[in-house]
Ligand binder design. Sequence first.
Ligand code: HEM
Length: 150
Amino acid sequence: MLGTWESDPLGEGEFPTIPSFCYMEKAVISHVGQPMLNFTFCASNPETGKPLHRECGFIRVKPGTSQVAFICAQNIGVVEVEEGEVQGEQLTLTSHSLSRMSFAKEPYVQQISRTFRLTPEGKLEQTVSMATSTQAMAPHLRVTYKKVTS
Ligand code: HEM
């Protein structure tokens, strides 16, 4: 997963309560020598370049296992810890704790599930589903990234 990645083609967003949309996203996954990955995911409007959703955090592996923690802060005022497992080329995660700022906009996200998958062609895919205070778990994002620098 290490490297700088850009959505190619554009990411696709949906949810039962909102109109579908496309977005551009740059993902930077790096390390500083500690046994964890650092990440930033920065989405923008593909036409205007206007910054949209942003996330940053860390990916940690429980030593000696395939158990993974995904620790994430989002610019919408949400912080969360997802946990899951690597199986082959796929990482599957579900939030087990999530918190938000007191003045976050409703509806409130209540659960997040995501997958990362490295394809045989060397691309990285991410999918995100969520449940909110008004809607049961449903897909929100699907994006394929192409590596732009290693
Ligand atoms: C809407 C959460 C990532 C774009 C929403 C809503 C929530 C949400 C709770 C409101 C849904 C409703 O009104 O029923 C999240 C979470 C994310 C995430 C938890 C990451 C885990 C993104 C990303 C984009 C994005 C990467 C890319 C641009 C949008 C748009 C809407 C929306 C355009 C509809 C307009 C709006 O309400 O602002 N999201 N989102 N989201 N999200 Fe996301």
